[in-house]
Design a protein. Sequence first.
Length: 126
Amino acid sequence: MNNLYTLWEALKTGVAPWKDEIENNDEFVVYRDKYPVTETGHFLVVPKKNTNQEIEKAVRYAMTVGQENIADDANAVTGFNVGINWGASAGQTIAFPHVHLILRSDGDCEDPKGGVRGVIPSKQKY
């Protein structure tokens, strides 16, 4: 993990490539993922400071937004995934912490059983 302390340092140095900002508050910025995995929505909640406390706040926010979207009968969201890729062995490609919020809908993949276990495809089905 990069030792950059703030999101602004990461953006300035090019470590963080995000541009499609949809929300900005005192603690984090929310971006649309450049390569979304669902049509329903794929967002990145990026803490402004690289601390465990701020990353935890980003996770809680992602959980809240996911739950709010399920409760909204006006959209097709029926579930969501929240995750962090931490370290190269976990697939991290951007060296600044960010939380993925992936909104899901019935039928968006053939068989969603196993959810985040799909990061290792041979272990997804059990």
